[in-house]
Design a protein around this ligand. Structure first.
Ligand SMILES: Cc1ncc(C[n+]2csc(CCOP(=O)(O)OP(=O)(O)O)c2C)c(N)n1
Ligand SMILES: [Mg+2]
Length: 535
């Protein structure tokens, strides 16, 4: 039946919303069902898009988050109203602060009951407002196409983030005649202006110890090639934030790995010594510049899609606001070859050697000692998704990364519980082996998603670094007060636990056994769990 806008077929608003998702290229929606999204679920059933029921809305949002981060295309998660929506929030907030494109859809009661106290009804648009880039209620069926297009456009546009659509159940069931609005080519940003590029180059050439600080945006916008071109020609060293890992291969002699890498954070000391910092796609939410610019003495060149945040310790001398790759190209075109002498001596060699050296037989079982063995078992293009805790600091600082987007770390919201659902999403998104590296605390927050993974026939490895503790918090309290409290945990038998989900389970007791477990589990197409009991 036709009769809508320009003769469009009449359908329910839920069917139209699903057509709009199809038009955006969505192939999966992660979520937990509820009565108020019944029309949406049946419309999804009748479409090529797969609805993936998860065990918790937070897991669904983390899956969308990591999908968005790895592909640049918005991941989609959905929930019912009230409790479903509040459960979804942490993963949505993680996407927003980690600048990962996510579209969240929540159901809502019918409009006839939203003006009064009503079962499970919360003002979800209001609650989500501070944690998303854009947010609306789909209050009329006719606005479905514009709402969905806008949600995807704003989620995926640099800098990406989360958007939210609320879909009341009575709207979902109404009949409407409208077609999706097709997305066009991605919006391109202008090239940098000559004056900014020339000023940046003059500052870099005048510096004695310039350095590139590559942030999350450098990975997200695939600028590795442009960074490499500059590095190759002028010999400038590069240090990465945790979320910038892989912006340049850690095999490159110019790489100083991440901030704080090396014994006693030698890489951090290198950036402290630098007199000019070229910050590429650097997000303040990820790493406080006060750490590397405490005395406000550094010259700063800001290269990003957006102007710099106003921040006393990050007040750039020049801001190149443009397409990041084009901005780096403009700098590269103007820099004299060899303009920046390599001033970090053999720091790269020492850093890389320290993190690739396998442990000796009697070395203690620590995350840092296990990482060279894990690195050895993983190909350059395999993906490690880290959880948040003490193990994350070790992974960020000591897991050499050779390609962009192969070490996924949440360092904006830095929420525990991302690794297992994140690894599931990575396993679906990339053609490579995937490993979740997690602490015991974060693991059990979303371990139920192992069932989702097994139902989807995923094949990734979860490595649980088990210290029966919220370890990072103990460490911090010990540093501050010489003692800790409120952090000790007990755990179930993780072997039995993993096996009950149908996983292969390993608890290696020696370094040789760790090597063997990694070698068997990582390339396997089955789900597996390796428990590393820390000393
Ligand atoms: C959702 C959430 N809750 C609390 C915190 C604060 N926090 C940061 S690290 C950490 C401990 C993590 O423990 P575990 O997962 O066992 O990792 P470990 O530090 O032991 O390696 C906590 C509680 C957080 N970042 N996210
Ligand atoms: Mg722990």
């Amino acid at each position: 039946m036709t009769g809508g806008v320009d003769g469009a077929t009449m359908q329910t608003a839920a069917e139209l919303l699903v057509s709009c998702l199809e038009s955006e290229g969505v192939d999966r929606v992660f979520g937990v069902p509820g009565e108020e999204i019944e029309d949406l679920l049946f419309s999804l059933r009748d479409s090529p898009i797969r609805f993936v029921p998860t065990r918790h809305e937070q897991g669904a949002a983390f899956m969308a988050d990591v999908h968005g981060r790895l592909t640049g295309e918005a991941g989609v998660c959905c929930s019912t109203l009230g409790p479903g929506a509040t459960n979804l929030m942490t993963g949505v907030a993680d996407a927003q602060l980690d600048k990962s494109p996510v579209v969240a859809i929540t159901g809502q009661g019918g409009r006839e009951r939203l003006h009064k106290e009503s079962h499970q009804a919360l003002d979800v648009v209001d609650i989500f407002d501070p944690i998303v880039a854009w947010n609306t209620q789909i209050a009329e069926p006719e606005i479905v196409p514009e709402s969905v297009r806008k949600a995807f456009k704003l989620a995926e546009y640099e800098k990406p983030g989360a958007t939210h659509l609320e879909f009341p159940e009575d709207v979902a069931a109404e009949s409407v005649g409208a077609d999706p609005i097709e997305g066009r080519d991605p919006v391109r940003r202008p090239d940098p202006d000559d004056e900014s590029a020339e000023r940046a180059v003059a500052l870099i050439e005048a510096a004695e110890r310039p350095i590139i600080l590559a942030g999350n945006g450098a990975v997200r916008t695939h600028t590795s090639e442009s960074i490499r071109a500059i590095v190759d020609r002028v010999g400038i060293p590069v240090v990465e934030t945790y979320m910038g890992k892989g912006a340049i291969s850690d095999r490159e002699p110019a790489s100083l790995m991440t901030l704080d890498s090396g014994p006693e954070g030698e890489a951090a000391r290198a950036i402290e010594r630098a007199d000019c910092v070229v910050a590429v796609g650097y997000d303040i939410a990820e790493h406080d510049p006060e750490g590397w610019n405490p005395d406000l003495e550094k010259t700063i060149v800001h290269v990003d899609y957006e102007p710099a945040e106003v921040y006393r310790h990050y007040n750039p001398d020049v801001e190149i606001v443009a397409d990041v790759g084009a901005a780096l190209g403009a700098i590269d075109d103007r820099l004299e070859s060899g303009a920046c002498s390599v001033w970090c001596g053999d720091l790269h060699d020492r850093l890389l050697e320290a993190v690739t050296e396998p442990p000796a037989d009697d070395d203690p079982v620590t995350v840092r000692n296990a990482l060279p063995l894990l690195r050895e078992a993983m190909a350059d293009s395999d993906v490690l998704v880290s959880d948040v805790g003490s193990h994350k600091m070790a992974i960020a600082q000591s897991f050499p990364t050779y390609e962009p987007n192969t070490c996924v770390i949440s360092n904006g919201l830095a929420s525990m519980g991302i690794a297992v659902p994140g690894a599931l999403a990575a396993d679906l998104a990339v053609d490579a082996n995937v490993v979740a590296g997690t602490g015991d605390g974060g693991f059990l927050m979303n371990a139920a998603e192992l069932e989702t993974a097994s139902r989807l026939d995923c094949g990734f490895t979860t490595v649980v670094f088990n210290d029966d503790d919220y370890g990072l918090i103990s460490e911090k309290q010990d540093e501050h007060r010489g003692e800790h409290t409120g952090t000790e945990l007990t755990n179930p038998d993780l072997m039995t636990f993993a096996e009950s989900f149908g996983l292969e389970a390993y608890r290696p007791e020696t370094w040789d056994a760790v090597v063997a477990a990694f070698a068997e589990a990582v390339p396997s197409d089955d789900l597996s769990l390796i428990e590393i009991r820390l000393d």
